[in-house]
Structures are given as structure tokens and as C-alpha cells.
Design a protein around this ligand. Structure first.
Ligand code: ZN
Length: 370
């Protein structure tokens, strides 16, 4: 196969069927995909970026949030390499990054790239995105923990960084203003995998690319939650269902939360403190399947990994998103959250569950005037 044929095979239009997927398929019950809702502010979806405030999900925990002037990327990741051997180097899929992240942005360049933690599914595509977003008169700001910064700098990129160390009990940083967006960061925690006393590989990132799956390490098990305010609207993005330091976050309009591995979670506590109008679950798609192979949206994440080291063993993580069950659980989280509030304010807590299609723009302009 020539290089041209490979490229052609990869960039063929990503068209994904949602048949048989709870929340997307009316044959299975309520459709919660955001742009198909009649109730509440009208949210339109489109393949092309709409005018004004827009949100686009890359699958996993990745997002583009922006408007006509400013673009912020959160954990941009579309390479989605199958991880059968964590000791094999992970290769950035340059075609996927160009076609699925950069091309839809047109002439716009990322102004800030926010990384929650340095596991591969959050950070591996960031060096390429930065190199493609840097020009003579534009340099995006990379925001992340020491591992994220070390990893990106090992690619010898000219990058401006905001390093978040969370030393001395610091839990909250003001990052800055990007156009009409204000960005803050709050210390949160990487969730623990269900059935395993493990929060994923952690340690100090060292060495040079290419990195293997086990070279991508979390920094002290921290996952950073990002709080982004825009014209009176407040978004909270967090990788996992164990959001921490809720008081430092305060009230929010949209809570965007990773929901796999939630045997222990703080969803009800987060709902009670943040009191969001919308709850958007993420990170439930099978991100070990590249988009160009994904004809059918797959929400069953299972993975067998070989753990190196002294106690070499294979472990199997079974369907750790349990996406279908989440719809049944959600009313219970609301009930539990309400029970934490004074009686008179309980009925004001009424978060709507909404889900997104990956690689699709959602126009959020209608949310601004509340
Ligand atoms: Zn992840």
C-alpha cells in the first residue's frame, strides 16, 4: 500500500451510526442527544463551526470550546491507538489530528491548550497540535502539570507554558483571559479503576519521544479540572467522576464530567455544590478504536493490559464506562444531591442530562442570555 492510499483510507469521511446506543437511539428509550431536544434552549449541531459560542467533543475527554475570535482546546486527542501492548511506542496519527482537529478550525489557531493530566489519551496529540498552531506571530499557551510540560517540551517545540504544580496545598489557579473566556484550574483527582486499586500509571515523565503507553504518567494522581467562564456562563470540565475541591469551583452552568470508573464517585456532591443546569457525561466512548474504523459508536470500553514490573500480570478492565447504566443512575444522583440542600432550594436543583456526538459542533449561543 502506498502512502497515498493509506492517507486516503484514513481520511474517508467519519460517519458513525448510533443505532443501539442508549441515549441516542429512540428505539431504546429517551434520546438525550443535545440538538434533538425540544425542551430548553435550542441547541443546534453542525459539522461546520457555527457562529458564536460553540463546543465540539473529540471523544474521550477532548473538547474545542470557542467563539469567532478565540479557540480553547481541552485534552485534544484523536489518535486513539489500540493499546494492546503498553510497552509499544504510541504513534501520533498526524492525519487524524490534521483532519479531525485542525481542519475544522479553518484559519483559527488554538489560543490555549488545557491538559488535565499526562496519560496518553489526554496529552499524546498535544505536541503536534501545538506545532501546527504556532506561527511567527502566534503561540498558544500550554497549561498543565509538570509531566505535561516535560512531555511537550521533549518535542523541542517553541511553546509558552503555564505550569501548575499544586504545591503547598494550592488547589486553585487563575490562568487568564483569552478573548471573552476566563480560565481557572482546580486540583482534582484521577479516578480509580473499578475492580482495581489503581489510578493508572503515575510518576515523573522522563525521556524522549516516542513514548510507550506506560511512559505517559500522571503527576501525583492529579487530574486538573478547568473552569471556563464566558459572558456570564460557567463551564466545568473534568476528566473523571471524582471531582474534588467543589467549594473552590462554586456554582456552574455546565458540568462536563468523565463518567467511566465511578464505583466511587462524587457526582451527587458535585451536583449539590455546583448546581449545574446541564450535565454532560464524557469519556464513555471506546477510545481504543480509531475514528476511521468506527462505523458504529461503541460505548463499551474493555481493555487487557500487561502490567510490567515485579508482579508481571495481565489485567482485564471490563466495560468500565457502563454507559447504559448511567442513565438509570442519574435520577439517583439528583435525589442524593437534593437531599444535601435545604428543603426550600431542593426543587431549584434540576440538572438536565445531555449527550453529545463526537466531532460535531454544538452552538451554545442560546445559553448565554439566561
Ligand atoms: Zn482518560
Amino acid at each position: 500500500m502506498t502512502l497515498a492510499t493509506i492517507a486516503l483510507a484514513q481520511v474517508r469521511k467519519v460517519s458513525i451510526s448510533y443505532d443501539g446506543v442508549p441515549g441516542y437511539d429512540s428505539a431504546l428509550g429517551q434520546v438525550l442527544e443535545w440538538s434533538s431536544q425540544m425542551e430548553g434552549p435550542r441547541i443546534r449541531s453542525s459539522e461546520e463551526p457555527p457562529d458564536g459560542l460553540r463546543l465540539r467533543w473529540y471523544g474521550a475527554s477532548g473538547f474545542e470550546l470557542g467563539d469567532n475570535k478565540t479557540t480553547i482546546l481541552i485534552d485534544p486527542f484523536v489518535s486513539r491507538p489500540p493499546v494492546s501492548n503498553p510497552l509499544a511506542p504510541l504513534i501520533i496519527d498526524t492525519i487524524a489530528v490534521d483532519e479531525l482537529i485542525l481542519k475544522p478550525m479553518g484559519n483559527r489557531k488554538a489560543d490555549a491548550i488545557l491538559v488535565s493530566h499526562a496519560h496518553a489519551d489526554h496529552v499524546m496529540d498535544v505536541p503536534l497540535v501545538i506545532s501546527r498552531s504556532t506561527t511567527a506571530d502566534h503561540r498558544p499557551l500550554l497549561v498543565g502539570d509538570p509531566n505535561t510540560v516535560t512531555l511537550v517540551e521533549s518535542y523541542h517545540l517553541s511553546v509558552e507554558t503555564r505550569l501548575l504544580e499544586f504545591d503547598d496545598g494550592v488547589v486553585h489557579y487563575l490562568i487568564g483571559q483569552f478573548g471573552d473566556f476566563t480560565v481557572e484550574a482546580v486540583r482534582s483527582l484521577h479516578p480509580q479503576y473499578d475492580f482495581l486499586p489503581w489510578r493508572g500509571p503515575r510518576g515523573k515523565i522522563e525521556g524522549h519521544p516516542p513514548f510507550t503507553g506506560f511512559d505517559y504518567l500522571s503527576y501525583r494522581d492529579i487530574a486538573i479540572a478547568y473552569i471556563i467562564s464566558y459572558r456570564g456562563l460557567k463551564f466545568v470540565f473534568c476528566d473523571g467522576a471524582v471531582l474534588q475541591n467543589l467549594q473552590a469551583i462554586g456554582r456552574a452552568d455546565l458540568l462536563v464530567l468523565g463518567i467511566p470508573v465511578r464505583e466511587n464517585n462524587t457526582i451527587a456532591e458535585a451536583l449539590a455544590t455546583l448546581r449545574p443546569s446541564f450535565f454532560i457525561p464524557t469519556h464513555y466512548d471506546d477510545f481504543f478504536v480509531p475514528f476511521h474504523e468506527m462505523d458504529q459508536f461503541d460505548v463499551t470500553i474493555d481493555l487487557t493490559v500487561f502490567l510490567p514490573g515485579e508482579n508481571e500480570k495481565e489485567i482485564t478492565l471490563l466495560d468500565f464506562s457502563r454507559f447504559g447504566e448511567f442513565f438509570e443512575e442519574f435520577p439517583g444522583y439528583i435525589r442524593k444531591a437534593r437531599s444535601k440542600l435545604p428543603t426550600e432550594s431542593q426543587s431549584f436543583l434540576d440538572p438536565r442530562l445531555r449527550i453529545l456526538k463526537p466531532l460535531t459542533y454544538y452552538s451554545l449561543e442560546s445559553l448565554i442570555l439566561k
